[in-house]
Design a protein around this ligand. Structure first.
Ligand SMILES: *[C@@H]1O[C@H](CO)[C@@H](O)[C@H](O)[C@H]1NC(C)=O
Ligand SMILES: *[C@@H]1O[C@H](CO)[C@@H](O)[C@H](O)[C@H]1NC(C)=O
Ligand SMILES: *[C@@H]1O[C@H](CO)[C@@H](O)[C@H](O)[C@H]1NC(C)=O
Ligand SMILES: [Zn+2]
Length: 981
């Protein structure tokens, strides 16, 4: 860079600062921070409440304070009480995080109260932190709904409270481990800092001794060392609780400060205890500023208790200064504490790995929640998929989608339900059963509203009024229309920005069918008998008794739909049972061949025919008996914690043979495996597809022998993996994992299985120099590689004991004598250098899969539709296309490859946005921050100096050329487009 352009950059930065200063003229932001005392130890008290968006009670029960016998908590009273206490005394400050609650409260307030709250926010006395709809989980969450929920919260804050309501600090004080992808998302939303409550106890101890509790997290990893993904991160000293003895909520029992003339007067004791704690804490941090979180779960319902005691504490501690004390205590906020750290002008250590897994003791690894409640986790991922489809159709069709022949619907209900689901006790599966049921109900209400919208939109785009059916039980092969109708059409909506070939599988009762594509051309199809495992799953009340399944491959254009016609052919008798296939222990398509061991019935080998790679692979199901505590520790396995009672999992099929049956047709070759009455699997190769599909069905897990069980699917290979395996971070970045090892601290491994488990949100793989075996998941699961060449995923768990982390229930999921869960793994075999080209695209195909809608009344007039003029290149994903009012759309485009992982697709790529969409013209385009709550140019972040590694300044945003929008590897860009239809 020349000196001249340096000056230009500086000028630009100065202008940006000026602009932002103007926006925040009311006085919020760092200039409203309380004054501190140089040369003193400044203790920042952070009054806060931690309000779970559902846990032991539902969201509504928490808000209204219902069922206080379960847990005393009423968020509306907390907000009432805090605001009154802040108004009463200007020095007091408070921080609030969960917008799901704040938004409800705000709607109930009169204008006078709203004005008062806005003033508190503008004066920095009430600070919003985090600012998502909830405090999102990082272990089981996918990045797409995580971005959406943060955006939903931040956009509400911007609208209700103005620019001062936009948080500067991400506040992840309770999630059970922290992902690098989420840190990168926080950075790209413009947060100046991130505060964490829970990190591994060994890591924390080491960091305290090295004064590395605060550091720069280089969250882009090695592939993206850009400062846009760096975020200053602080670990809080005491999780998010007050120091011992200083808990003054009505939920606590520490003695209040008595400074009156009374035998109870305890000022000297309180002050000296406080000074001791502060001095001790200061040892572990670098600057002369330290932080204390004054609050906890659902505190401040009677805020006066906390505030009046802190008022007294502050005045008595600071009074000691006249006797030479060098401690200054003050009401503060996370951003004001951060500001002081920044002013200290130090260089900070750099971290590039993540904070998984989390453990709070030698036998307490919080790696169970990666897999807890697989049914709910599956529904959550499916709902995220449907939300994308609903949002796209709302954007493409406009008002006529919201209100039309099928009624009134929109995406807002599902968006809010999905935002709630991201909470760290929701998608994690760590809520009580009745709360899990409530989350499911919220999602179902969202689906209903979206189904109305989708029907309206399809009738507009298709040019005819059909009766649409959303067959929600296709996973158990139940759909009255396909089973009963003589003729029906299958409409497939594809949200991906590329054409897709998708296997369709529908329950039918007829003996012969003809399928036609949108042009009326015949599509090859086959009938296969409904499998025994599927027939066992269907209950009479589910309806559905179809004898067969109709299978064909549907090709669907980008961001659009295709309608296929299906006609039942008359006059054919029951088809003769197909001849016994030759080679019953082998299935094959044009890309892959899978062999099974005739003795055991297990997969024994996978071959990629194009690449000429053959890998011996044995796949089977096992379980770990859940620990109920032992001589080492009383810790039991539970909703949060995974603790097997032995390192050796037990095979589901003992020494015997897995019973198998094979079907071979030109469209599909499938081998059914039955491991036990409660565990079965279909291994499938679909024509034209590059993956082996493993559809597993597990449950009810038997617990009659007194043992809780944690079921895994394990792949054993001959790959020389040298203790390494790879997992994704929230479905996006890939991180290398090493057995019994952490990249930045010396691990003493105390749980050889649970301590090696990591979150798998979409994929896990193992590889050597020649071969990579990848497994893609349809929901978040825990996974590991316990021995070289082996890889396992925990698909289901059922437990008989609580793990003593507060939820107070064993994870039994007793419905129907124990939850049955069905899901799929897609297995890929490739060269390591080529693997990303397939797994990147396929993971998006699974997370943004096409949706099947049936119509019994005929085919739409328009049988094929695509909203794109041309497909996007493989490296680009359309992350968001949603309506923002009638004439504006929100767009997020992302580069879905990391640099260096693909020869073809890891390069920067440019898109012509103006000529991308067919149904509308973009008349104006503005680039926004990732949260979509403000222009990108208004982001100005604090700059922190790393002690090691490159030290770049943030690139100023380049001028936007809508004809040529460039994306770097892993970059997400967000736009607000004004459109003319
Ligand atoms: C910050 O520290 C650097 C040296 O690392 C020094 O050059 C600079 O003047 C300092 N800035 C302030 C504002 O003290
Ligand atoms: C399909 O056939 C089965 C067995 O004959 C029958 O029980 C079921 O009712 C049929 N379903 C429909 C929708 O016709
Ligand atoms: C880990 O232990 C080794 C050997 O005891 C030591 O040299 C190294 O500095 C330690 N690393 C960290 C990050 O503490
Ligand atoms: Zn919590």
């Amino acid at each position: 860079m020349t000196a001249r352009s340096n000056d230009m950059a500086a000028l630009r930065a100065a202008l940006l600062l000026l602009l932002c200063g103007a926006a925040a003229a009311a006085g919020c932001g760092y200039q409203s921070c309380p004054s501190t005392r140089p040369g003193f130890l400044n203790v920042h008290l952070i009054p806060h409440t931690h309000d779970d968006v559902g846990w032991l009670k539902t969201v509504d029960q928490y808000y209204y304070g219902a069922h206080n016998e379960v847990q005393h908590a009423g968020v509306r009273y907390i907000l009432d009480s805090v605001v009154a206490q802040l108004l009463a005394e200007p020095r007091r400050r408070f921080v609030y995080a969960e917008v799901a609650f704040l938004e409800r409260w705000w709607k109930e307030q009169k204008e006078g109260m709203r004005r008062a709250v806005r003033t508190l926010v503008e004066e920095g006395r009430l600070e919003l932190v985090g600012g998502g709809w909830c405090m999102g989980d990082e272990g089981a969450a996918h990045y797409s709904p995580s971005v959406e929920q943060l955006s939903l919260g931040r956009r509400f804050l911007r609208e209700a409270l103005g620019p001062c309501g936009i948080p500067r600090v991400a506040w992840q004080i309770d999630p059970f481990g922290h992902s690098r992808q989420m840190a990168a998302i926080f950075a790209q939303m413009g947060y100046d800092g991130l505060f964490l409550g829970r990190v591994d106890y060994q890591d924390k101890k080491a960091r305290e001794s090295r004064q590395e509790m605060e550091f720069i997290w280089r969250a882009g990893g090695a592939s993206d060392p850009s400062p846009d993904s760096d975020i200053f991160t602080g670990i809080l000293p005491n999780r998010y609780n007050p120091p011992l003895g200083f808990c003054w909520d009505q939920l606590c029992s520490d003695p209040p400060v008595v400074d009156e003339d009374s035998p109870e007067n305890n000022v000297e004791a309180v002050v000296s205890s406080f000074l001791r704690i502060a001095a001790d804490q200061a040892q572990r941090f670098r600057t002369n500023h330290i932080v204390m979180t004054m609050g906890s779960d659902f505190h401040y319902e009677n805020a006066e208790l906390w505030f009046s005691n802190m008022d007294k504490l502050i005045s008595h501690v600071n009074a000691k200064q006249s006797n030479g004390s060098r401690v200054h205590v003050l009401y503060s906020t996370p951003s004001c504490y951060l500001w002081e750290l920044h002013r200290a002008n130090l260089t900070w250590p750099v971290k590039t790995d993540d904070f998984f897994p989390y453990s709070d003791g030698p036998h307490q690894f919080w790696t169970g929640f990666f897999s807890s409640r697989p049914g709910l986790k599956g529904y959550e991922r499916l709902s995220s998929n449907f939300l994308q489809i609903c949002s796209q159709l709302e954007a493409l069709v406009g008002l006529a989608a919201r209100k039309g022949p099928y009624g009134t619907g929109d995406s807002a209900v599902l968006r809010a339900a999905m935002a709630v689901m991201q909470h760290h006790d929701a998608v994690t599966g760590t809520e009580q059963q009745h709360v899990a049921n409530d989350y499911g109900k919220q999602l179902a209400e969202g689906w209903a509203a979206c189904q109305v919208l989708v029907a309206n939109a399809l009738s507009v785009l298709g040019g005819s009024k059909e009766s649409f059916f959303f067959c929600e039980a296709l996973n158990i092969s139940v759909c009255p229309i396909s089973e009963g109708a003589e003729r029906f059409s299958v409409i497939l909506y594809n949200p991906l920005p590329r054409r897709i070939l998708w296997p369709i599988r529908l329950p039918v009762n007829g003996t012969s069918y003809a399928v036609t594509d949108p042009d009326g051309q015949a599509v090859p199809s086959v009938l296969v008998p409904t499998s025994t495992s599927t027939r066992r799953l269907r209950r009479p009340q589910d309806g559905g008794a179809a004898l067969r399944e109709l299978i064909f491959q549907a090709s669907v254009p980008a961001v659009g739909f295709s309608a296929f016609g299906v006609t039942r052919l008359r006059g054919t008798k029951t088809p003769p049972s197909p001849p016994k296939p030759e080679r019953p222990y082998e299935i094959e398509n044009e890309h892959l061949r899978v062999r099974f061991d005739p003795i055991t019935g297990l997969i024994s080998e996978i071959r990629n025919l194009e690449r000429g790679i053959t890998l011996p692979v044995t796949q089977s199901f096992y379980w770990y008996n859940a620990s109920i505590g032992n001589e080492d520790s009383e810790q039991a396995s539970g909703a949060y914690i995974f603790r097997p009672n032995s390192s050796h999992p037990i095979p589901v099929v003992g020494s015997g043979h897995v019973s198998t049956s094979v079907v071979k047709t030109p469209q599909l070759q499938e081998l059914q495996q039955r491991f036990s009455p409660w565990c079965s699997q279909a291994v499938r190769l679909h024509a034209g597809q590059r993956f082996v599909e493993l559809e597993w069905t597990v449950g009810p897990i038997p617990v009659g022998d007194g043992w809780g069980k944690e079921i895994i699917s394990r792949f054993d290979t001959t790959l020389r993996t040298e203790g390494r395996f790879y997992t994704d971070s929230n479905g996006r970045q890939i991180l290398e994992r090493r057995r019994d090892y952490r990249p930045t601290w010396n691990l003493t491994q105390t749980e050889p299985i649970a301590g090696n488990y990591y979150p798998v949100n979409t994929r896990i793989f193992i590889k050597d120099r020649e071969v990579q075996l990848t497994v893609l998941t349809d929901r978040s699961q825990g996974g590991s590689s316990i021995t070289d060449g082996s890889m396992e995923l925990m698909v289901h768990r059922r437990l008989l004991y609580d793990d003593n982390r507060g939820v107070g229930e064993p994870l039994r999921e007793d419905a129907r004598q124990g939850m049955v869960v069905r899901g799929t793994h897609r297995v890929l075999l490739d060269r390591p250098t080529m693997a990303a080209d397939v797994h990147r695209l396929m993971a998006q195909e699974m997370a943004a899969a096409p949706h099947v809608i049936l119509s019994a009344s005929g085919t739409p007039n328009v049988r094929e539709f695509s909203a794109l003029r041309s497909e996007l290149p493989p490296s680009v994903h359309l992350l968001t296309l949603s309506a923002d009012g009638e004439t504006e759309l929100l767009l997020r485009l992302e580069h879905q490859f990391e640099s260096g992982e693909s020869c073809n697709s890891s390069q920067p790529v440019s898109i012509d946005l103006l000529n991308l969409f067919a149904p509308f013209t973009i008349t104006a385009l503005q680039e926004l921050n990732l949260g979509a709550d403000g222009p990108l140019t208004s982001i100005s972040r604090l700059h922190w100096k790393p002690a090691t590694g490159p030290h770049h300044r943030r690139r100023p945003p380049t001028l936007l050329d809508p004809h040529q929008v460039t994306l770097r590897p892993m970059q997400i860009r967000t736009f607000l487009a004004t459109v003319q239809r």
